[in-house]
Design a protein around this ligand. Structure first.
Ligand code: F6R
Length: 263
């Protein structure tokens, strides 16, 4: 795992967008794993800019989102399908038939989870998985106690997550859907590369536990320590509690791979 610290939220999101663009240019048929949420809106803003200003081409890539709420149809403004269409898919040259999210309205949710796993497999697996981190320590909606080898499945949202999402549902945690379909931790760990973005002081404690604490199902994001190629990008407020900050900065300044991304 490596950690890159950026001065602020916008710089962190822009760096993530530039890394995604770099991979997409090298492999236009990239299989991209995507996330939603507040943190991701800036990443998608920058990806749309790169498409408009530099012709970043999405026409051959395929995407798989991490999760979707159960019981929300795609046209519901709170659904993740709606989020993705609004923030990215409607604004770039992507073929929507190649964009995938779990179907939270499927009559047989177990079969839907199996279908999703199979589709990821038959697409060749995820090349680059974008991740946020929840205040509970979740990645996707893998809440505390999630098995570190879990696959795509139904999951109940924990109280911390209901609180985190309440502002998007009129401030009332009771309005947040109780359940979601999420890729499992095991599914995420199989992607060839992971990029986790954390911004804001409210993520500082959980980021410290995920990156520098023990690997534990109580902090599902800590499972990323087991991933052979995981990069964490944090802004200064989210990085506040990291104990090895100066070492991470030194690595970023000295690793040849990051040279094109230092400015
Ligand atoms: C959403 C997802 C979640 C979010 C996390 C952070 O698709 O996978 O794990 O990434 O809850 O959300 P924000 O960015 O809203 O703080």
């Amino acid at each position: 795992m490596e950690v890159i610290i950026q001065p602020d939220e916008d710089a962190a999101a822009r760096l993530v967008a530039r890394i995604i663009a770099h991979h997409l240019r090298r492999n236009p048929a990239l299989v991209l794993g995507l996330a939603t949420g507040r943190t991701m809106t800036r990443v998608y803003h920058w990806l749309v800019r790169l498409h408009r200003d530099e012709g970043l081409d999405f026409s051959r890539c395929r995407t798989f989102n991490l999760d979707e709420f159960i019981g929300l149809p795609p046209e519901d403004p709170h659904s993740y399908r709606h989020f993705m269409n609004t923030h990215l898919f409607d604004l770039v040259n992507i073929d929507k038939a190649r964009t995938h999210l779990p179907d939270g309205m499927a009559p047989d949710l177990e079969a839907e989870c199996e279908r999703y796993e199979k589709l990821i497999r038959t697409s060749g697996g995820i090349d680059l998985q974008l991740l946020g981190i929840g205040r509970s320590g979740h990645i996707g909606f893998n809440e505390p106690c999630s098995s570190l080898s879990s696959r795509t499945r139904e999951k109940a949202l924990c109280p911390t997550t209901l609180e985190q999402y309440a502002p998007q549902f009129g401030g009332d945690p009771h309005q947040v859907p109780r359940r979601a379909i999420t890729m499992g931790v095991g599914t995420i760990l199989e992607s060839k590369r992971c990029l986790l973005l954390a911004t804001g002081r409210e993520k500082a404690d959980i980021l410290h536990r995920a990156v520098e604490g023990p690997v534990s199902a109580m902090v599902p994001a800590s499972a990323l320590q087991l991933h052979p190629r995981c990069t964490v990008i944090a802004d200064e407020p989210a990085a506040e509690q990291l104990e090895m900050k100066e070492y991470y900065r030194w690595l970023f300044d000295n690793e040849p791979e990051w040279e094109p991304f230092r400015t």
